[in-house]
Write a protein that binds this ligand. Sequence first.
Ligand code: ADP
Length: 576
Amino acid sequence: MAFPGVAGMRAGDQPERAVEAVLDRTRERTASLNQLLFGAAVVVMSILVATTPFPGDAALFYAAVVLVFLITGATIVIPWNRLPLPLLAAVPVLDIVAITMMELASPDTGLGLLWIFPAIWLPASFGVVGLVGGLVLIVGIYISTIALTQDHEPDFSTYLLVPVIVAVSGSSFLTARRAAAQRMLLDKQARLLGHALERTRRQEQIVTEVLDAVDFGVIRIEKDGSISMANEAHDRLQQTLPQASEGGSPAFRQDGVTPVPAGGLPLERALRGEAFDGQIVWFGEPGADSRAMSVSARRLKDENGGEAGAVLISRDLTGELNALRARDELVASVSHELRTPLTAILGYIDLVIDDDRIPESARAKLEIAERNAERLLGIVADILAASSASQSSVELTITPDDIDIADVLRAAAESLQLRADERNVSFDLTGLEPAHAYADAQRLRQVIDNLISNGIKYNRDGGVVTIGCTVDGDSTWILVRDTGIGMTEEEAAGLFERFYRAESIRSSGVRGTGLGLAISRDIVRAHGGDITVRSYPQIGSTFVVRLPSTRAAAAPAPRVPPRDEEDAASTDEGVL
Ligand code: ADP
């Protein structure tokens, strides 16, 4: 995976080492620069001595000059940074010797002033030892030369050199101490920077490893539209996509056949600054090779809340979508196949029941067979309606009218009384208030039958199903409450999904398809209403249905969106 490195730093760079290198170079340069400076002063002195009458021993003076030149040459040639530091002290000490020779050559010319050079150098490079050693050496030598050479009484000017050299040396010592303190600070900061850099590098490595380990593609789009990072999964996914055929768009919407309009590809949308969730695109002409990707784009913000580009996440959904499609097709075709013979069975049972010649005992049995066949037909119709391959929008077209809801509820309870008796469950209808709604009576009955029969089915023996209704302005409310097994919050969350059955119910042996509530919600929503649930384990569940109370309250025209359309609307308004 390509990841931009930490600004300007290469692996292995250590700020502490960089500082050490700078200090080494500085030491080497200080030795040669100091000596060169001193050498230059000596050259000027030599020129003066050569061009003007020299009051003293010229031979001794030139011998000293030669010594200075030799020392200067050595400082240039010798790699001081590789030698132990104390050896470097030899240079200023030899300079002091050379200056002493000059002072001895002509004690009255003030050549001793040149001692200022080593007096500055020694404390700057060797601290207290340099300061004390240098001063003791220079002052000692100076006083000795006065004693040896001066034939007259020493006066004020004779001793002036000593305080000057002491002051200059002390000031050099203090300046060097300040510089050393600053260097220590710099060292500390360099160490901190080094640790921070190391941490950043480690984090960068972890992020890289994590991103390369996941099986969804991730790319980072910068503010200027360039792609600065792509993980391995992204590259892998790209390679699985079929190549674009010339002239035509290889990308299709979620249905797999409608081409994605120009500029509607996820990357194009992300580059335009859009954020979206789960845009599904089929790449490649419909057929075996086409691949479905679910792509999401998230906008990123910088620390000031400004625009900082985006991240695009893609996942291969081909397997899942193909499996869903296959399941829906199978469900749709099986239920279609079952419907025809079942309708025939029902027709013939009806004919036989209507025949006066059959005995009463056989009629009762045939009526049981008819009820069960009708129930089977109902289940088949449910499965067909729930299958997304079927035209649910057509099947769920409703014909609403102004109906008496209390009547519908009472009739539903009556028809389910037998089943309730079998479970020793009683109905409480005291909450039925006069209520009208603008609804399709037949469709609504399907919903209420389902809610009441669930209230019986998932109740305890001897439990109660409370049924009520009321009107509140534009809304009519229906309530179905049971005293049964109830559900946990997690179970209730998936309740309205197709084929959903709570885990505890699956293993309990209670029969069901997990379709009733999904279809009920579709029907209620088709009316412009909604259905909600509150449930507590071992206490019971309460289902509440809201419907428009009048035609005016029902607007806009009720219609159930096909499932694909509904899912798309909930995730993305773009190309899906
Ligand atoms: P079915 O009853 O055929 O399984 P439904 O769609 O009507 O299908 O219900 C789906 C699931 O919701 C049930 O399997 C059950 O787990 C749970 N459920 C529905 N109604 C109730 C209820 N009144 N009390 C407890 N659980 C319920």
